[in-house]
Design a protein around this ligand. Structure first.
Ligand code: HH2
Length: 258
């Protein structure tokens, strides 16, 4: 899954795809490089971010979705029902909701009515404050039980269970240790029986493990290691910024795992 953030302020690629034509060109290049799907988002969820209103989010993402959804598989990264509804009408196939249907009470029905795929992600707290002293007893089992409850809720809302994938939410209300423990024990999340999404690409924990306690991002080399080890532990969708390099690394890993 290639990431196309149509935002001025994303931690990882802020501003690079803010103009629609740049985002459209990147989406096409990612699929040419081997991405199975592109994840288009108009709101940064980086630690400390405030969020954007629905009109601005629509203005950012719709021209991009409209241009590419008939030619490429598109995921819409949003927690807003109206943004999801319009993107699905234009041909998006998956709704990637970092709030796992807790942000907008109307989103579940929108996904269900469209028969779309849904990614449910775990987050402790909300982006503005989530990195202020996150705590867990047992991070892997708490995240798994949250995701299990959110799957049940989505199914109650009418979403077909076989359309749901789950994501432990690397960096969303987690310390570096929590993020790596989630990867180490990914089998606990995979045992929910749904495809597992991992988004470790460029995240700050990677830079911190490399010795910079104030890192806000991590390098490509570290992203590749995280993706390969996640794949070995059962991840099926890797959400990444550098598609070609990840496709190559995963092709090699697949030769070993298969
Ligand atoms: N991470 C980000 C955004 N959306 N969705 C899922 N399912 N999993 C993730 O790990 C995930 C996500 C944050 O990364 P990015 O989009 O690069 O940055 P920003 O939120 O600053 O736009």
């Amino acid at each position: 899954m290639g990431v196309v953030n149509v935002t001025p302020d994303s931690f990882s690629d802020g501003g690079v795809h803010f103009r629609a034509e740049d985002a459209i060109a990147s989406a096409r290049r990612m699929v040419a490089d081997g991405a199975a799907i592109v994840d288009v988002g108009g709101e940064s969820t980086r630690p400390g971010s405030e969020g954007v209103g629905v009109d601005e989010e629509l203005r950012r993402v719709l021209p991009v979705v409209e241009a590419v959804a008939s030619e490429l598989p598109v995921s819409i990264d949003t927690a807003k029902a109206e943004v999801a509804r319009r993107a699905l009408e234009l041909g998006a196939e998956l709704v990637n909701d970092v709030t796992a249907l807790r942000g907008d009470p109307a989103l579940g029905a929108v996904v269900a009515d469209a028969g779309a795929y849904l990614c449910l992600m775990h987050m402790q707290g909300e982006p503005r404050t989530m990195q202020v002293d996150p705590r867990y007893g047992d991070v892997a089992s708490e995240v798994a039980s949250f995701l299990e409850q959110r799957i049940a809720f989505a199914v109650q809302e009418g979403v077909r269970e076989d359309r749901i994938c789950v994501d432990p939410g690397i960096g969303f209300g987690k310390t570096t240790e929590h993020n790596f423990e989630l990867l180490r024990r990914l089998d606990v999340i995979a045992s929910l029986g749904r495809p597992v999404v991992i988004g470790f690409s460029r995240k700050r924990s990677l830079g911190r493990v490399l010795g910079d306690p104030d890192a806000n991002t991590g390098p490509l080399s570290a992203s590749l290691a995280a993706a390969v080890t996640a794949y070995e532990r059962g991840a099926t969708i890797l959400r990444v910024h550098d598609v070609r390099e990840h496709v190559e690394a995963l092709a090699v890993a697949r030769e070993v795992v298969a």
